[in-house]
Design a protein around this ligand. Sequence first.
Ligand code: ATP
Ligand code: MG
Length: 419
Amino acid sequence: MDESIVPDEIVKLEQDLSDRVAGQDRAIKQFVRMHEFVLGGLTPQDRPLGVVLLVGPTGSGKTHIAETFCDIMKISLIKVDCAEFQQSHEIAKLIGSPPGYLGHKDTKPVITKEAITKRWSEPNAPKYSMILFDEIEKAHNAFHQILLGIMDRGTLTLGTNETVDLKNCIIVVTSNLGSGEVKKLLQTGGYGFVKKNEGTSVSGELALDEDIYRASKDAVKKFFSPEFFNRIDLMVVFRSLTEDVLRRILDIELKIVQDRVLKAGKFIHIDVTNRGKELLIAEGTSKEYGARHLRRSIERFLVSKITRALTTKQAQPGDMILADHEPGAKGLVLDIAKGAMEIPQPTEKPVCTAIVKKPKHAFINPEDRQAASPYRSAIDPEYCGRCGFRWYDKHLCADLTDSPLSRFRKKMDERRLKS
Ligand SMILES: Nc1ncnc2c1ncn2[C@@H]1O[C@H](COP(=O)(O)OP(=O)(O)OP(=O)(O)O)[C@@H](O)[C@H]1O
Ligand SMILES: [Mg+2]
């Protein structure tokens, strides 16, 4: 067998995840592997598709990777915040109360058949879902017992005695256990952020990695019962964020800010100078809160100013905002270049919802990841249900790749490349 042959879908998923989750390559690989197992149909029949434990410092991307995976795969994510189940009586919030109890009608269970299968009828949707139990160590022991049943049999019995089948679910459990020990091991850094030690050799890093893994595993083993630990298929230890990773996260977050502006219907190009980025990094580096602090710094220094520029109409569609930090000054200053961008107009072509019989069209560009994925029409599988062109694998939907938004993005990219 040639092991270098990897399905396109898997390569693309890994790439898409790496574009949005920085510095957690091992975790990315495991999520991708899980999807490949599902794709290959070799998952267990009598349990959930997989049970994964993610441990690591706060703000290092544990919840983020699960959310991003579901967003890319277009699968439902049912999030259970375990901190809400610190008392045994709070279990009713998870499974609903038995009939006849006071308040029975108000306590709707979180995990239901409807919630799990919600997206399965969408075209080309994978027929599985993810349940995320966030910060498991905060939950009461009675909650752990319920989770044990889920991990073991892939079923959950609700207060109404109805059984919910969870065999088509990936169970992800996150925890901060062991972060304290890891912090000590890293010495220089701390929670969620660590300065890169330039002098560390590869073998030294591997040994450190091994120590971190062991410390985390010991902490988890100490906290949970052996039954619990034994039911976990996979444990991934998240790394503390290095300065390089934080810079990558900054770029990811700035793209998200740009998207928010575009989604608000404003064709405004946002750019931040290197000095501006340095300020955001300096203000957003937190030993305690990991990347969360960086997001706060972006909101405080950049988004609030952009908002003011928009509400006062100082920045309008077609403008370009350049955020800079002048040495000695406080915060960022926005420079607005009026009319620097061309506002793309919608094309004559209407967005196609019905089937239009057109011949095969030359829209092949599987590399273009911004384009929405086409799907076979339910009415006539010979044609794409989205753009109406004759179906063939990996075509791009004409109307979507040619939308004003995508043309604006292209223009922004061209500008960035030039500068
Ligand atoms: N590795 C990463 N790549 C990209 N963004 C990240 C990464 N880590 C954190 N972030 C950003 O920081 C935010 C907070 O991260 P997240 O909620 O995943 O932390 P966590 O590891 O689950 O922490 P906690 O243990 O406190 O729940 C995310 O929403 C995301 O925007
Ligand atoms: Mg989290």
